[in-house]
Design a protein around this ligand. Structure first.
Ligand code: MN
Length: 255
């Protein structure tokens, strides 16, 4: 039976995590290692400047007082080191993780870490509107992971899956969409007269065919293959003239 490590960024007691673990527990041996509290928008952050504590809550359920990336490290490199997972699965997140937002996401970053450690990884996020259902999403996740486990997987496999709020009409392979930059910083004053800030704003998306956001809008499950190579390959081609002007920058730096 395949071994699956499950984590998330909504915390070890979140409903999406529990339903995902129950659903995947029917088709694989599941170990859950998740943050002890919500770590949404923690990105790919790794805790290096304080000790980490792991607590066993049930036989295969552990919490860590750190980020999703910490959880994957402790699970793969310590807890499961003698029988490493075949797959890292993250989620099911409360809310989408699409387009430009994926680098903020602790849910998706956990899968970055899984892939860095050589383990195929999948993130699931649920669009949250009135009619959404984690039960439906967990059932879909079980079928989806079942299909993946049928075949040997490439170790750099990294899939970002977003599930629409209404009952999905199908599954589409997509690219990351683009957010219109509507983020706002709200300035306020605290009771002692000192300034403070909230980063706020609701995301708005550019409607572009083939994107994760367009698939969700069409009532489809979006599956975006990701990789960690952030190189701008078009830039390598098109910035040649600019690069030529860098040539003179390194002369006489020692004087
Ligand atoms: Mn979250």
């Amino acid at each position: 039976m395949a071994r699956i490590l499950i984590t998330n960024d909504d915390g070890v007691f979140s409903e999406g995590l529990k339903l995902l673990a129950d659903a995947l527990g029917e088709i694989a041996r599941v170990t859950v290692v998740a943050p002890d509290r919500e770590q949404s928008a923690s990105g790919h952050s790794l805790t290096l400047h304080r000790p980490l504590r792991m607590q066993q809550l049930q036989e295969n359920l552990f919490s860590v007082d750190g980020t999703p990336t910490d959880c994957v490290n402790l699970a793969v490199l310590w807890l499961m080191k003698d029988s490493p997972p075949d797959l890292v699965v993250s989620g099911i997140n409360f809310g989408c993780n699409m387009g430009d937002d994926v680098t903020y996401s602790g849910t998706v970053s956990a899968t970055f870490e899984g892939t860095l450690l050589g383990i195929p990884s999948v993130a699931f996020s649920q669009e949250v509107e009135e009619q959404f259902s984690f039960e439906r999403a967990a059932k879909f996740a079980q079928r989806f992971i079942g299909v993946l486990l049928d075949e040997p997987l490439p170790e750099d496999l990294l899939l970002n899956v977003n599930i629409p709020a209404e009952s999905p009409r199908g599954v589409e392979l997509t690219r990351l969409g683009k957010r219109k930059y509507k983020q706002v910083v709200v300035e306020k004053e605290d009771p002692r007269g000192k300034r403070y800030f909230w980063i706020a704003g609701t995301p708005e998306w550019q409607e572009e065919e083939g994107t994760d956001q367009a698939a969700l809008s069409a009532g489809l499950v979006s599956v975006t293959p990701l990789h960690l190579d952030l190189t701008d390959y078009r830039g390598l081609e098109s910035y040649g003239d600019l690069a030529a002007r860098f040539d003179d920058l390194t002369g006489d730096l020692e004087t």
